[in-house]
Design a protein around this ligand. Structure first.
Ligand code: SR1
Ligand code: MG
Length: 434
């Protein structure tokens, strides 16, 4: 069906997806049999795109199409469908750095704004797993490894300047998707805006306080400037627990449509924020709710905080290893800094630590900003919204606002990942004012 304002853009349904896939020999071959034997189902639950599972006798595919609007809202919120091209391009670039953590990119049809990727059989979305009380051993280590490989591998540490500049140029055009992040995370939640939502009336006073909190608004603006200006690495751009799937022995990152060059800490902080949001939401989800100061953490909450620490430590370890072994970029050129076997003797040792300290500071700030916007913005996670009792939901969300503020405004007080964990536990244990 052509869409009214873009007659060139046909939105596909189950039948037209089947017809289209049949015209692409490599996709048809993966499915096996013929179109009559294929089963197509729309399975998307995200805000922006349509996602189809296509199954055949020999295998399955995941086909995604970007409509020229935000799926969750409809045509009243137009959005460039070119996002699917950026998604496919980012998927390929990240797959070059960390193939084990991505679905294989298979096909892209620019005229339809459609892409096909490997179907992740036996995988589930991490957010759903966590909200069902589950967890996956090694998840933090996998994500630390993924982040180090993709962020290092697309930075000036790994890429020759000419390649990096060309890549930056390509992703600069993902303007509409970046604008969503610029506005949603750093701006619109700090003023009255028609798309903001929160648990009302319970959090009304908190939202008023947030908007008049000058230190907080300035800290958010400072970070927005960083997101706008720093072209450090190719980011996923929307890395949360809904953008990651896990299966037996496998962790895969999906939904790269917000990809752009930006500060490394943006991706890392975003994912940590969602682990911490889940940690705080757990108190609202359990029958009986949070019993107040001194209540024991559940085993799952403990695991979430261990995951936070494991993720950061793995990121640092792998990033340093890549810097020692694969620094082919024009920053810190190998001609000036020859590789040294023993890290401590390496002339770059102190410099590398300083580099990662700065990535950590960014991570803390972006983690705080993401935590706050998931309480009072348009895209609130089911971790919170599924808590039926509004009072309990508001208690958990209020703690998230406090945590977000502590990280965003008192960034410098957090010098290691254990400080983030400590602040999270302290805020969980604080007695809530009515
Ligand atoms: C247009 S809605 C944008 C939100 O949905 C995506 O999942 C991102 O997280 C973004 O916040
Ligand atoms: Mg997404």
């Amino acid at each position: 069906m052509p869409t009214p304002d873009r007659p060139d853009h046909r939105i596909l349904d189950e039948r037209s997806i089947t017809r289209y896939v049949a015209t692409v020999p490599e996709l048809a071959a993966r499915l096996g049999g013929g179109p009559a034997a294929w089963d197509v189902r729309e399975i998307g639950d995200g805000n922006v795109n349509y996602v189809f599972a296509v199954r055949g006798p020999a295998g399955a595919l995941c086909v995604k199409q970007a409509p020229p609007y935000v799926r969750a809202v409809g045509e009243s919120w137009p959005l460039s469908p070119t996002r699917s091209g950026f998604e496919f391009r980012a998927l390929r670039e990240h797959a070059r750095c960390a193939p084990a953590y991505l679905p294989a990119p298979l096909h892209y049809a620019p005229e339809l704004h459609l892409l096909a990727v490997e179907f992740l059989e036996d995988h589930c979305v991490v957010r759903h797993l966590l909200n069902a009380g589950g967890s996956r051993a090694g998840f933090g280590a996998d994500m630390g490894d993924y982040l180090a490989r993709t962020l290092f591998g697309t930075s000036d540490l790994a890429l020759p300047a000419a390649d990096k500049r060309r890549l930056v140029g390509e992703f600069e055009a993902n303007i509409e998707m970046c604008r969503i992040m610029e506005e949603m995370i750093f701006t619109e939640i700090y003023r009255p805006f028609h798309r903001n939502r929160w648990t009302s009336p319970e959090l009304d006073p908190d939202v008023r306080r947030l908007r008049s909190d000058t230190a907080l608004v300035i800290a958010a603006a400072r970070l927005k400037n960083r997101y706008l200006t720093r072209r450090e690495a190719l980011l996923h751009g929307d890395l949360h627990t809904g953008s990651i799937m896990v299966g037996p022995g496998s962790t895969r990152v999906i939904d790269q449509e917000f990809a752009c060059f930006g500060p490394m800490g943006f991706d890392i902080g975003s994912l940590l924020a969602h682990l911490l949001v889940n940690y705080l939401a757990q108190d609202g989800r359990h029958a009986g709710g949070h019993a107040g100061a001194g209540t024991e953490e559940t085993p799952q909450q403990r695991r979430l905080l261990e995951t936070v620490a494991e993720l950061w430590h793995t990121f640092v370890r792998r990033f340093l290893e890549l810097w020692r072994t694969s620094a082919h970029g024009d920053a810190y050129p190998a001609t000036l800094f020859p590789a040294c076997a023993d890290d401590e003797d390496d002339v770059l040792y102190a410099e590398r630590s300083a580099y990662l300290d700065r990535v950590f500071r960014d991570t803390v700030g972006f983690c705080g900003a993401e935590t706050i916007r998931r309480v009072v913005g348009f895209a609130r996670p089911v971790d919170f919204t599924d808590i039926e009792d509004a009072g309990r939901r508001a208690d958990a969300e209020r703690r998230a606002l406090r945590l977000g503020r502590a990280l965003l405004v008192d960034t410098a007080a957090h010098t290691c990942v254990e400080d983030i964990v400590k602040t999270t536990r302290r805020i969980r244990d604080e007695t809530q004012p009515a």
